[in-house]
Write a protein that binds this ligand. Structure first.
Ligand SMILES: Cc1cc2nc3c(=O)[nH]c(=O)nc-3n(C[C@H](O)[C@H](O)[C@H](O)COP(=O)(O)O)c2cc1C
Length: 204
């Protein structure tokens, strides 16, 4: 018996909008799988990936946004090579999205000021670490002062964290979409050239 399929199943012109709808949901809804993409950067011989929180999805500008610590290893990698990759999977909807783009690092500018103002204490705390993320530590440590473990500082006491805070904006130029369905999978590639969207079916 075949399951009911969504409209985009046989209509490639609906896929781009569907993806951005899911991305936008991921930004606002903690229960959406698209909230937590894997971000992959190039580090010379190897690439590496990590989970981040999706903080912005601007369809009109084709931009995805996340926040990070300026001292983290992904920043030095991006300074050498600003190509960036996002990998998303929505388990319930059975949709995988791979997005390829070019990253811009925002630091101490209007974008970071606005984002920092909206960042809650619990997230700001991570930017209070005295050592860079990934530094070797003699003891098990949260990075930020030990006395803040299990509690939150006053918001005024987190302002110093702004020195480590940056926003990565990635302009997406290509996407690959995979939809799993019991009666037959669907896969498509989307090339994004400013306002022009070119979608081709691929063999899954
Ligand atoms: C659920 C989850 C959400 C995370 N969100 C972020 C994030 O938004 N920004 C970030 O820099 N790291 C985030 N991390 C931590 C990263 O995965 C990674 O460990 C950290 O950024 C150090 O990365 P790097 O040293 O490879 O640059 C998150 C990890 C998890 C498990």
């Amino acid at each position: 018996m075949s399951e009911q399929v969504p409209d985009f199943y046989n209509n490639k012109d609906l896929i781009f909008d569907e993806i951005w709808t899911l991305l936008a949901r991921g930004v606002v809804d903690r229960s959406e799988d698209f909230r937590l993409p894997t971000v992959i950067v190039n580090k010379g011989e190897f690439s590496d990936g990590r989970i981040v929180v999706l903080r912005g999805a601007f369809k009109d500008k084709r931009v995805l946004r996340f926040h990070t610590d300026l001292r983290s290893s992904k920043i030095s990698a991006l300074k050498n090579n600003n190509n960036i990759y996002f990998l998303f999977y929505n388990k319930k909807r059975k949709i995988q999205v791979r997005a390829k783009g070019v990253a811009t690092i925002h630091y101490q500018d209007e974008v970071t000021k606005e984002a920092w103002a909206k960042t809650q204490v619990i997230s700001r705390k991570c930017y209070l670490a005295s050592q860079a993320p990934g530094s070797v530590s003699d003891t098990p440590h949260p990075g930020y002062p030990k006395e803040l473990e299990g509690k939150n500082p006053n918001i005024e006491d987190t302002e110093i964290g702004f020195d480590n805070f940056c926003v990565i904006e990635s302009k997406i130029n290509e996407m690959e979409w995979l939809y799993l369905a019991s009666q037959g999978h669907r896969r498509a590639k989307i090339l994004i050239k400013d306002q022009e969207i070119i979608t081709d079916w691929l063999t899954p």
